[in-house]
Write a protein that binds this ligand. Sequence first.
Ligand SMILES: Cc1cc2nc3c(=O)[nH]c(=O)nc-3n(C[C@H](O)[C@H](O)[C@H](O)COP(=O)(O)O)c2cc1C
Length: 351
Amino acid sequence: MSSNPHDDGVVAVKDFQGLARAVVPEHLWNYLSDGAGEQQSLMENELAWQEPWFVPKVMAGLSEVDTSISLLGRTLEHPILFAPTAMAKSYHPEGEAATMRAAVRTSTTYIQSALSGVPLDELGAIASQGSGSWWYQVYLHRDRSLTQSLVESAIAAGAQAVVLTVDSPTLGARDNDRRHDWGQMPDDGIAIHQRVFNPMLDSDFSWKDLEWLRALAADVPVWVKGILRADDAIAALDHGAVGVMVSNHGARNLDTIIPTAVALPRIVDAVASRAPIIVDGGIRRGTDIVRALALGADAVMIGRPYIWALASHGEDGVAYVAEVLRAELAMAMALVGVGSIKDLSTDILWD
Ligand SMILES: Cc1cc2nc3c(=O)[nH]c(=O)nc-3n(C[C@H](O)[C@H](O)[C@H](O)COP(=O)(O)O)c2cc1C
């Protein structure tokens, strides 16, 4: 591979998929790519962003296209975030550090997964070098002191927000992982299920736990990730979340779960302008981003695409993903005739 993904024929983010497949060992490839069960929702996550049709405005007098957004009072150059993905280091020796550097280069927010082996200080130090921002994702462990120490360390290292993932009381039926007996952490051989998920198999979680985390995080905002219902979105906000992330975990846990593009509008209606909404799942193109924003999301996250790019091209690949998506976003905005993100609405969608 060359250092410039374009030289390897990459023009769109899905071009990284084939390149990554060629370099990633099969068991890891399955862990990265597969959805749960028959993988119906994995497919639908992407398909659902293809409609409703755009109905562009013409002669809109656009002097320029501005991809910036304001999120919690902070201006971001574009609305694309890197979603938390476990074990990025398995795909590239510099894993999370390379991703963070790419995020800094492209003014992207990177949400580090709790399931990553990179010292928090290291990522905090990279994040502080530029205008990218670094958030930290956690799960609620039955042993709350583990969650507590992770959150406290991340905040001490400079994480600007905490993301609580609430959609994974257990892993889903990922057939290929089971077929390959995958589930061993690369460093110490302890199965993911044992180390992370089984301690979470506590049916006693409730919104009170969010209040606990909210208090623990003090001034740092707490997002809740994994919301698909309007009532849960409202409950999350009522219990202290600063905003919600509409996500079905990349269709990795529950097959036939609703695609996020389908779930989004009802949550937007319920939340109205009370709090920001971020959505992920199957976003692969600038047009997907425009549709998500037009439907009322404030920003989007991508998961698999930046890991494909990390695997094939390291830091440069991850930066390229952000750049390509941002360029496609600007292109699509110009083509639908809307020059700024705040002006995107369902007006450009056929109903
Ligand atoms: C390999 C992989 C690992 C993931 N690990 C986590 C994780 O540790 N925590 C989390 O909240 N979500 C995790 N996710 C879900 C992503 O944050 C995100 O919701 C999803 O990947 C978005 O869908 P997309 O991959 O279609 O863009 C993971 C996703 C993948 C593909």
